[in-house]
Each structure stands twice: as structure tokens, then as C-alpha cells.
Design a binder for this molecule. Structure first.
Ligand SMILES: [Zn+2]
Length: 254
């Protein structure tokens, strides 16, 4: 890891506290808490070229997810399609950043009948996704863009979300984000050298706000659903979703 930042890559604040100097395996890895935006970020980190090589050849060997996508850790639903059903959402076109072998997209297609698109930086898993029918971006808009445990790996999450919002997201479209939540994940599994960021619900909300997105649902796991701030919205629907969010600890057992 040869890129040194010296300041927060999102808000440029230099003041910070070091939270760790080792990853979960005891290897050198420094995570810092930004005084400006409360994001936790890795510094030093991989350069763009180093990251490209790492994800294409090493990442899945090292972290063992091999050919499986990350499970949904939401308190309201066991799968992405159940989660979307809670919010009365039936997207027609879905795009996933970091889709792995496409398991989530296939589940969505089979449950909700969506057309599914995606990308992944590991060519081997991308081949498997293609074999499952996951298509390349066709340049048209998407009703739902998914970041399932991919945003914490990105070098510039603000640019990624902002570009997706302005060039790929349909009017009234939604963005789904799941990342490991600092308050809910076991502390011994927390620090991973592949993670350029570590989020809480609040620090993700701050980042998404700077991208012009506002939450419809956000919990501390962190599982979340976002819409554009400037779009007119059905207030009754928004309140229904707020109620689901408030009752999520009870819904977990029901
Ligand atoms: Zn910051």
C-alpha cells in the first residue's frame, strides 16, 4: 500500500485519530477517524493500479468469499427481494456495483422479474455472473442501483455515488447500500486491509447527503435505501417506511 493521504479523502480535514495500526490478521493497516466528517478511512492505502491488481487476483483468495455474494444482514428481511417488498418496490432494471457471481441479482430476477446488470473487478467471478445471465451496462437508466458490501472498498465513494446518481439512476430511482456497521459487527472482524472506509449509519448518511441522497431506510447493520433529495415524494409512503424503520427490532422476530 503505497498511497499516503495525510487527510480525509472525502472532506479533506487533516485532523484525525488513529484507531488501529493492524488489520484483523495482525498485518500493518492504519485506520483513522476524521474530525471533519466522522468517517473512518485507511491511510496508507492501495494506489489505483495496486487496487486493480489486488481485486483481480488476490481479494477473493484472501477473504474466502470465493464464488458467493455477501448475505443481507438487515433486521427487516433475509433477502434483498424481501427487503424491497417491505418498501413496496418492484424495480424493472437493477444494476449492481461489485456483483460478485451475481447471486443477489439472480435472486432479484427470480423473485421480482427484474432485468439484471452488473460489474465486478474480479474477471473470474464476473465470468460466472455472465453465465448466470447478468448483463453489462447497456447505457439506459436503472430503477435500482445496488452497492452490497462494495462501497467500503472504493477509493472515491462520493464520486462513485454522484456519477451513478447523475448518469445511471432513473428519475424516482433508488440506491441500496449495505456496508459493515461499526456498532453491530464483531470488533475482531472489523479491520480489513481491503476496506478503504469503515462506516456507521450516521457517517454513511453524511457521505450520501453530500452526494444529494436522503435515506428512506437506514439501520446500524448498515443496510440502507436512498432517494434523491430534490425529488418530490409521496409523504404517506415516506412515513410508512419510517414506521417500518422504527419497528425494525420487532419485525426481526415477527
Ligand atoms: Zn472527513
Amino acid at each position: 500500500m503505497t498511497e499516503h493521504l495525510g487527510k480525509c479523502p472525502v472532506c479533506s480535514t487533516a485532523e484525525r485519530d488513529r484507531l488501529t495500526s493492524r488489520d484483523r490478521y495482525g498485518e500493518p493497516y492504519s485506520a483513522w477517524l476524521c474530525h471533519g466528517c466522522a468517517l473512518i478511512y485507511a491511510d496508507p492505502r492501495r494506489t489505483e493500479d495496486e487496487a486493480e491488481t489486488f481485486y483481480a487476483t488476490e481479494y477473493r483468495k484472501q477473504y474466502g468469499y470465493e464464488m458467493r455474494s455477501h448475505p443481507l444482514r438487515s433486521v427487516v428481511a433475509p433477502t434483498i427481494s424481501d427487503f424491497l417488498r417491505h418498501f413496496n418496490m418492484k424495480p424493472h432494471r437493477v444494476y449492481e456495483y461489485g456483483c460478485g457471481t451475481g447471486d443477489w441479482l439472480v435472486e432479484l430476477r427470480e423473485s421480482l422479474g427484474c432485468k439484471v446488470f452488473g460489474c465486478d473487478s474480479d474477471p473470474m467471478v464476473m465470468r460466472a455472473a455472465r453465465e448466470q445471465g447478468v448483463q453489462n451496462d447497456d447505457g439506459d437508466y436503472y430503477d435500482l442501483i445496488v452497492y452490497n458490501h462494495s462501497l467500503e472498498h472504493m477509493r472515491d465513494p462520493v464520486a462513485c455515488i454522484s456519477v451513478a446518481k447523475s448518469t445511471m439512476l432513473a428519475p424516482n430511482g433508488f440506491i441500496f447500500v449495505a456496508v459493515p456497521g461499526l456498532y453491530t459487527w464483531s470488533l475482531e472482524h472489523l479491520w480489513q486491509s481491503a476496506h478503504t472506509f469503515q462506516f456507521t449509519a450516521k457517517s454513511l448518511e453524511h457521505l450520501m447527503w453530500t452526494c444529494g441522497m436522503t435515506p428512506l431506510y437506514l439501520d446500524e447493520m448498515v443496510t440502507s435505501l436512498w432517494r434523491r433529495q430534490d425529488e418530490p415524494f409521496d409523504r404517506a409512503q415516506a412515513e410508512r417506511w419510517r414506521i417500518i424503520r422504527a419497528l425494525s427490532p420487532l419485525l426481526k422476530d415477527g
